[in-house]
Design a binder for this molecule. Structure first.
Ligand code: ASP
Ligand code: MG
Length: 408
């Protein structure tokens, strides 16, 4: 019998009818002969509502209490889904993260899974049960409940699939797959049949909604992840060690366009040019957990230089506070910020070792009159920081420029 892990997101279980719809989908997989472990998110906006509620009784809710509170959202959806399955006549049991053996470290709010004890899940499968696991949560060695970070049910699902050596992990959501670009920005965006882990990782961390840690896990443990709609029957996208790794020369080399509007820039003006300056600037940011993305430092003409870097807009106030503490030490003339920026990226593992992509990207943007503020590259991605007001146009220009509307 094949083993499938299926994850259903919050909008797929948002009300009683949708829960019943998910139950019949799981039942259908069982009828086709599969063992199923389902993982669910909290119903609809439950997690947001619980967070608001916490803030309405306390300005700074305690982290441990917050995680135990948020874990209840997934307990509601997993028990209701189990009841619906039993009503359809299928043997089913719900398990909390703890009962499913998901152990984590003690970092409340973004705990990492340390190990999964699969004994209970295996035992229930042997009894012929369908299993519904509460996503997004685990337990510490001291039996305190933790959560994995917003959107973390994807990670629960892929981690369980890896631990159980499942045949595949299916992520059911309100979109029907991974697209060549955000269809709201590029109307001729096309659904991809398949995509490599690396590419998906770049798309996920630069926009497309999936918990990036779930993709990393899928890549490390080689779990094929199928993303599809829970509302429609249309085929989705398979994320796997796919065609990207094979050396066919003539496939289209750009797989998709990613974009991100959560970008702010900090420029530290006229910093003295001597060893230790960058360390002195970025160490205080690391200390408070600010993630720095693009960094640009000019060569100095007069022994001083400007250093610019980007952070997420949410991190801007905290980052600025840290930078201000070291301005004197850096001999800097001042600091300026800009939070009206966005990043747009071309992503494709086929770009590796192939020249010409950067210039084509810059030409396409230039022809559209779009000014590039900063540029970064990785092996399989080239990103430009531009003005947010021009993002939609930039995505369309690049989508068209790299012929992504055409099926290859
Ligand atoms: N319910 C949690 C959230 O909204 C986890 C999830 O949806 O995956 O972030
Ligand atoms: Mg959710």
């Amino acid at each position: 019998m094949s083993l499938i892990v299926q994850k259903y997101g919050g909008s797929s279980v948002a009300d009683a009818d949708r829960i019943k719809n998910v139950a019949s989908r799981i039942a259908r997989s069982r009828d086709l002969g599969a063992d199923v472990v389902a993982v669910v998110s909290a119903m609809g906006d439950t997690t947001d509502e619980l967070i608001d509620l916490a803030h309405s009784v306390s300005p700074q809710p305690d982290a441990r209490e917050m995680d135990l509170l948020l874990s209840t959202g997934e307990l509601v959806s997993c028990t209701l889904l189990t009841m619906a399955l039993r009503t359809l006549g299928y043997p089913a049991i719900s398990l909390s993260g703890e009962q499913a053996g998901i152990h984590t470290d003690t970092t409340y709010g973004k705990a990492r899974i340390s190990r999964i004890d699969t004994a209970r899940v295996r035992q229930e499968l042997e009894k012929g049960q369908l299993i519904v696991v509460a996503g997004f949560q685990g337990v510490t060695d001291d039996l305190d409940v933790t959560t994995l970070g917003r959107g973390g049910s994807d990670t629960t699902a892929v981690a369980l699939a890896a631990a159980m050596d499942a045949d595949r992990c299916e992520i059911y959501t309100d979109v029907d797959g991974i697209y060549t670009a955000d269809p709201r920005l590029a109307p001729d965006a096309r659904k991809l049949e398949e995509i490599g882990y690396q590419e998906m990782l770049e798309l996920a961390s630069y926009g497309a909604k999936m918990h990036p840690r779930s993709i990393e896990l899928g890549m490390v443990y080689n779990v094929p992840i199928y993303v599809a709609s829970s509302f429609k029957e249309t085929p989705g996208t398979l994320i796997h060690q796919g065609p990207d790794e094979d050396p066919v020369e003539d496939r289209v080399k750009v797989t998709g366009i990613a974009c991100n509007t959560n970008v702010a820039k900090i420029t530290v003006r006229s910093v003295v040019d001597r060893p230790g300056v960058a360390a002195a600037l970025f160490e205080p940011l690391a200390q408070v957990g600010v993630n720095v993305d693009t960094i640009v430092q000019n060569t100095s003409a007069d022994r001083t230089t400007d250093i610019s870097f980007t952070v997420s807009r949410t991190d801007l106030p905290g980052a600025l506070r840290q930078v201000e503490t070291v301005l004197g030490e850096l001999g800097a003339a001042g600091v300026i910020t800009d939070s009206s920026l966005a990043s747009v990226s071309i992503v494709g593992s086929g770009m590796q070792n192939t020249p010409g992509y950067a210039s084509r990207m810059f030409r396409a943007l230039a022809d559209g009159g779009i000014n590039i503020d900063m540029i970064t590259t990785s092996e399989i991605r080239i990103s430009c920081i531009i003005d947010e007001s021009q993002l939609g146009e930039a995505v369309q220009l690049l989508h068209h420029g790299f012929q992504l509307e055409e099926d290859n």
